[in-house]
Design a protein around this ligand. Structure first.
Ligand SMILES: Nc1nc2c(ncn2[C@@H]2O[C@H](COP(=O)(O)OP(=O)(O)OP(=O)(O)O)[C@@H](O)[C@H]2O)c(=O)[nH]1
Ligand SMILES: [Mg+2]
Length: 437
């Protein structure tokens, strides 16, 4: 294997697809067992996305934190027996395990142990389409893998090393593997920087254009891409799958008041989103976070909607976007049978709208809120623009909201609401209050 070659995925999926997993999640005395069971269901969906067959699910009370083995020895024995009895040959832990814990667990279970992070990384790797997304996920995977090279069950991991003839044993092999991976990481990061430089140039150009941007953010599978498509006819991938979208798509949208805005659809969030991923996807995520206003989309039909909202808000916080103006959208209302659920959600989240992105319902109020948000960010001005400067009128039309426009002699008299920077720039054309008849 040469060092410039693309690495195969972290996990060997054809092997994993033949395994029967035992999914293990833990809860403490202060946490409800139900949250743990919900989390197991989500983990099962992630495994399903990878084609790993259905297995057993175990919600385990965690009485004491065990630094060496994550679970207590009694619990491990119990689970090992359960796995043996039911023919399970893979343990999946619903948490991110430090490398030593993972190794120790593999020794005690005599079975391969994978953690939630590894599964999420793999789902990302499977769905990455653009060069940037592929680079980002590879960086995240190598960062995850480097401290874990000593894993017992290497047959589940990618085969590393310098080809058959160079393969050494033990420590020597480990050192070689690490060197190759580090070098690979360096190369990938360099390439990623170049791709991101181009993206940043694009973003700055957009920011300079001054068009207001709305980013659609939310839990994975909440319907973000469906909403972008419903509003703009954008040709984006919509799938009943976790993490269908890994790239950012931006589309122009004209509001009914004729103002143009940009709508951004991006990667979704999940509970316990691995930090390696947040770090690797920071640039993609920041593009969305640089938006003026966030549209936080939730799947109101999910029994986990509140937990999902919590997870989304916590990632937004990690990205420093928690104070952005936000409109909350309860999506998939067409699937909600109990109207009380929507009433409860509306009480919890102010400035929220009930919609169905699929059926294009609830959009009137959504658009009204979007226009209101923009209006709150603008300043009213009364302007007198010479006809020879008509390009300024074009800029006002593009970025602001024209309330009245009259032609008088060689001037155009305009009443408009303008974004603050444009209002500042056009102050020389302002008609002072005493001049207004
Ligand atoms: N019934 C119903 N289904 C919806 C609605 N909005 C989205 N969906 C479905 O939900 C699934 C996920 O939709 P996407 O738009 O791909 O969700 P997303 O948030 O972009 O998901 P990721 O990109 O994976 O994070 C698809 O099967 C959609 O058809 C809705 O309002 N009602
Ligand atoms: Mg999507």
């Amino acid at each position: 294997m040469t060092e410039t070659q693309d690495l195969p995925p972290l996990l060997d999926l054809p092997i994993l697809a033949t395994k029967k997993p035992l999914l293990v999640s833990t809860y403490t005395q202060t946490e409800p067992k139900k949250d743990c069971e919900d989390s197991l269901k989500e983990l099962e969906r992630l495994l399903e996305t990878l084609g790993i067959p259905e297995g057993l699910k175990e919600a385990c009370p965690m009485r004491q934190f065990n630094a060496a083995t994550y679970l207590g020895s009694g619990k491990i024995e119990e689970l090992a027996e359960l796995a043996h009895k039911n023919g399970c040959d893979l343990i999946v832990i619903d948490d991110e395990l430090p490398p030593a814990q993972q190794r120790n667990l593999e020794k005690l279970f005599h079975l391969p142990v994978v953690d939630r992070t590894e599964i999420i990384l793999e789902v990302f790797a499977q769905h990455a389409k653009s060069r940037e997304a592929k680079l980002q996920i590879e960086v995240a995977q190598i960062r995850y893998e480097l401290p874990r090279l000593k894993r017992l069950w290497t047959h589940l991991s990618r085969q590393r090393g310098g080809g058959v003839n160079q393969k050494g044993e033990g420590e020597q092999q480990l050192e070689l593997d690490k060197r190759i991976l580090r070098k690979k990481l360096e190369g990938l990061q360099k390439e990623l920087e170049e791709v991101q430089l181009y993206r940043n140039t694009q973003r700055r150009a957009r920011e300079r254009s001054g068009i207001a941007t709305f980013a659609i953010v939310g839990y994975t599978n909440s319907g973000k891409s469906t909403l972008l498509k419903a509003l703009t006819e954008a040709d984006v991938l919509i799938e009943d799958k976790l993490f269908a979208t890994l790239d950012t798509t931006t589309r122009k949208y004209r509001l009914p008041n004729h103002q143009d805005i940009l709508l951004i659809d991006t990667v979704g969030f999940i509970k316990k989103l691995p930090h390696t991923l947040v770090a690797a996807f920071r640039s993609t995520l920041q593009e969305a976070m640089s938006a003026d206003i966030l549209l936080h989309l939730m799947d109101a039909s999910s029994p986990f909607v509140e937990k999902q909202a919590e997870a989304t808000l916590s990632v937004l916080k990690e990205l420093g976007a928690e104070n952005k103006p936000m409109i909350t959208l309860f999506n998939k209302a067409d699937l909600v049978e109990d109207p009380l659920i929507l009433t409860r959600l509306k009480l919890t989240f102010p400035k929220s709208v009930i919609i169905s992105a699929l059926k294009k319902e609830g959009f009137d109020l959504l658009i009204e809120y979007m226009e209101q948000e923009l209006s709150a960010r603008r300043r009213p001005l009364h302007l007198n623009i010479p006809q020879k400067d008509y390009h300024i009128v074009a800029e006002i039309e593009r970025r602001g909201l024209i309330l009245t426009k009259e032609f008088e002699n060689d001037s155009i008299l305009i009443k408009a609401e303008l974004p603050h920077d444009l209002a500042q720039k056009l102050l020389p054309f302002q008609i002072k209050a005493e001049e207004i008849s």
